[in-house]
Write a protein that binds this ligand. Sequence first.
Ligand code: GN1
Ligand code: MG
Length: 366
Amino acid sequence: MNLATIQHILPQFGIDPAHAEINPLGNGLINHTYKITDHLRHINIVLQVVNTAVFHQPEDIQHNYLIVRNYLAQTGSTIALPRPLLTTKGEMGYTDDENRFWRGFEFIENTYSPDLAHNTQLAYTAARCFGQFTHELNGSNIHLLREILPRFHDLGYRFEQFEEAILNAVPDRKIRAEELVDGLLKKAYILSFFNSILQNPDYRIRVMHHDTKVSNILFNKDSNEVVCPVDMDTVMPGRFYSDIGDMIRTMTCSVDENSTDFNAIHIRKEYYKAILNGYLHEMAHSFTVEEMRHIHYSGLIMIYQQALRFMTDFLKGDVYYRTRYPDHNLDRARNQFCLLESLEQFLKEEYNFPVRIPAQNTVVPG
Ligand code: GN1
Ligand code: MG
């Protein structure tokens, strides 16, 4: 986003661009986020432009945000989400002439968000934070929440999109991806498990964050305590595997999803356990017996899904994720595939997890 565009928007939020400093914040693949320093009023705000090609109804994001924020506040939760900033017209956001949706938040001072889970303590703390989030929203009315991105973490849907992308692939990309595509097709046992839970009421519909990277948590700079989770764009109804699974995906590996050092990709046992312990510390009593039993499927589902999504985008010619070089999505898919294989290996060794047996009656030890 160029500077002039942002400057042009600032008056909508009551900020004089002549006295404002603009700095990029975070590194999301979908939305752009900025820290705006208003030198006249001596305040900082967070300004975000929501990608409406992905989020067709940004009002729904704001709707869910208010419901969740109010519920947490009313029930005395320690999770206090940033106050949304209204436009000068008193609205929750501003749509510009190019149909981009802009919204603002209070900037919470003296906080930071880690780029990686640098130690197991941090992984544990992050897992507790997202566990607490879902746990404390247990009593809220899930029907009030809108499904912001339909079928977002629906593995069946992601697999369908993957199959469709194979059929219609850009020819030279299809060739470059062939071996990996085959590898991905062979992991469809995870899909069988997924399909088996869909109509089963023992797997509840819960409020899920759906993007549980450690960089989506604010920590206090002095105490290093959690302040709150952020990036609520995908807060909506979901199932047990989403949040813990995405933490396993993003925190158990020593390198991130953009790394091409494929040999370095492996599940770090202590991190896996820290995430499980932290999440279950908050969620164990909320989970049903079935959810607890199949908790180890969480990482498998989420890593497999992300591999399929990156591969799908590669085959379609990079239409969704922001990329920095031509094979970026292919490399990301390979990265996630390596992580998936490492997780399978780890689960087998550590929990004697029978990942290849049809999942329906699988009992997960310990
Ligand atoms: C996207 O933009 P970001 O980084 O918050 C994506 C997530 C993926 C992630 C992969 C709306 O999140 O689902 O896991 O990239 N969000 C959307 O890095 O598709
Ligand atoms: Mg996000």
